[in-house]
Design a protein around this ligand. Structure first.
Ligand code: MLT
Length: 393
C-alpha cells in the first residue's frame, strides 16, 4: 500500500493538540501552578436548562418502544432544520429545508466539504486563520494561496483581481482575530466569486457574538451569495455544544457548477459517508431556538462578552494594541516588548500560569500576535488579567 504522502507535508501536530501537550508538560513540572486556560476556544458555561431538559426528554423517548428512533435522516431531522430556517428568516434569509444539513460540528464539515472539489482547484485562505482550512487542503494535496490579513487592512483582506482562486475561505467574525466583515466588504467577495466562478466557504461559527444589526451574521444576507457560497455554523460557541457536538451546513439549491447542483453532491456525500447526528442531540439543539432557550443562551453570551470587556479594558490600561473582543469571543493582541508569539506564550505560561494561543500557529502573519479567549469563567478572567498586569507592569 501507499500512504497519502500529503500528510507528510503537515506540521507534526494540530495546533491545539501541540499546545495541550506543552501545557501538560508544564503542569507536570509545576504541580502547584494554578493554570488559567484562555487558549483553545472551549466554553465554560454549562448547557442551559432548556437544552438539558431536551436531552432528558429525548433520552426518555429513546427508552420507550413507541417513541424510540433508529437511524435518522442523514441530513438531519426536519424539526431542527425548520428551527434553523426560522432563525435565518429572522435575519432576512429564506432557506428551503433541503438546503440545511445537520452535522456534528463545523470543523468536520469544513474538512468533509472538500470531497466535492477536484484536487486541481486553487484555494485562497486568509493568513492568519483557523488551521483546519489549511491542514485539510494540505491533506488533499491542493495548491493553497494565502491572502494577507494584517494591521493595515484591519485583518480583513479584500479580493485582489490579479489572484485567481476557485475555493475561498472566509471566517467572520474571524477566528483568530475577532475582526468582522461589513456588508459592503462581503459583497466584494461575493462579486469576486461570481465573476470567477469560485465558491466561498463561509465559516459563521461566531455569528451569535455579533451585536451590531448592521453587521452580517450570514453571507446570504449579501445579494448573490446563494449562487456562490456554502455556510458552516455550529452550536458549539452559541450554546456550549463543544462537547455535545452539533452544527449545520447550508448548501443553497442555487449553487451550481455548470449543470451540477452542489446541494445534490453534498446530499450524496452525506447519505454515503454519514449516518446523522444522534436524535437526542438534535432534539436538544432545537431547544436553543425556543423562547426560553434563546433567553438562556443570551445570558451565556452576555457573560462571555463581559469577559471580553475585562480583557480589552486591561489591554487598554497596559497600552497594548488589539483587535476583536467586540463582536467576537477572541481578543487578538500584539505581543508586548517585541516578543515573538511563542516567546510570549512561554512568558505567560511561566510567569503568569496563563495559557493563550500564539498567533504564529494561525499563519505567518500571526507572528508577533497572540489570541486570548473570553470563554473562561469570569473569576479566572479577572484573575488572569490581574496576573497579566502584574507581570507586565
Ligand atoms: C479555536 O480555539 O480556534 C476553536 O475552539 C477550535 C474549534 O472550534 O475547533
Amino acid at each position: 500500500m501507499k500512504i497519502n504522502a500529503n500528510y507528510l507535508n503537515l506540521k507534526q501536530s494540530y495546533l491545539f493538540a501541540h499546545i495541550a501537550k506543552k501545557v501538560a508538560e508544564f503542569s507536570a513540572a509545576n504541580p502547584d501552578a494554578k493554570i488559567i486556560k484562555m487558549g483553545i476556544g472551549d466554553v465554560t458555561r454549562p448547557l442551559c436548562s432548556e437544552v438539558v431538559s431536551g436531552l432528558i426528554e429525548a433520552s426518555e423517548q429513546m427508552g420507550k418502544a413507541e417513541t424510540f428512533k433508529g437511524y435518522g435522516p442523514e441530513q438531519g431531522y426536519d424539526f431542527l432544520k425548520q428551527s434553523i430556517a426560522d432563525y435565518y428568516a429572522g435575519n432576512g434569509v429564506q432557506l428551503e429545508l433541503d438546503e440545511v444539513f445537520i452535522s456534528d460540528g463545523a470543523k468536520s464539515d469544513l474538512g468533509n466539504i472538500l470531497d466535492l472539489f477536484d484536487a486541481d482547484n486553487t484555494v485562497l485562505i486568509p493568513d492568519p486563520v483557523y488551521p483546519v482550512y489549511v491542514d485539510t487542503n494540505i491533506m488533499a494535496g491542493r495548491k493553497v494561496l494565502f491572502m494577507n490579513a494584517n494591521e493595515s487592512n484591519g485583518f480583513l483582506p479584500l479580493p485582489d483581481e490579479s489572484v485567481k482562486a476557485d475555493i475561498i475561505y472566509i471566517c467572520s467574525p474571524n477566528n483568530p482575530t475577532g475582526a468582522v466583515y461589513g456588508k459592503d466588504a462581503l459583497k466584494k467577495w461575493v462579486d469576486y466569486a461570481l465573476k470567477n466562478a469560485a465558491v466561498i466557504l463561509f465559516d459563521s461559527a461566531y455569528e451569535s457574538f455579533v451585536t451590531d444589526a448592521e453587521l452580517p451574521r450570514s453571507i446570504y444576507q449579501i445579494e448573490g451569495a446563494k449562487k456562490c457560497a456554502i455556510e458552516f455554523c455550529s452550536f458549539s460557541k452559541t450554546a456550549g455544544f463543544t462537547g455535545t457536538r452539533c452544527g449545520y451546513t447550508i448548501v443553497p439549491n442555487a449553487l451550481v457548477s455548470g449543470e451540477v447542483s452542489l446541494n445534490k453532491l453534498w446530499l450524496r456525500r452525506q447519505t454515503t459517508k454519514f449516518n446523522g447526528v444522534p436524535y437526542v442531540v438534535q432534539y436538544a439543539a432545537a431547544k436553543v431556538f425556543t423562547k426560553e432557550g434563546k433567553a438562556q443562551i443570551n445570558e451565556n453570551l452576555a457573560y462571555y462578552r463581559e469577559n471580553a470587556k475585562i480583557i480589552t479594558d486591561t489591554l487598554d490600561k497596559l497600552g497594548i494594541w488589539y483587535t476583536g473582543g467586540k463582536h467576537s469571543p477572541y481578543v487578538w493582541l500584539k505581543c508586548p516588548n517585541g516578543m515573538s508569539s511563542w516567546e510570549f506564550f512561554d512568558f505567560l505560561l511561566e510567569k503568569g500560569n496563563i495559557v493563550g494561543t500564539p498567533g504564529e500557529g494561525f499563519g505567518q502573519n500571526g507572528e508577533g500576535f497572540f489570541r486570548l479567549t473570553a470563554f473562561s469563567t469570569k473569576e479566572n478572567t479577572l484573575e488572569a488579567m490581574e496576573r497579566l498586569t502584574k507581570i507586565l507592569g
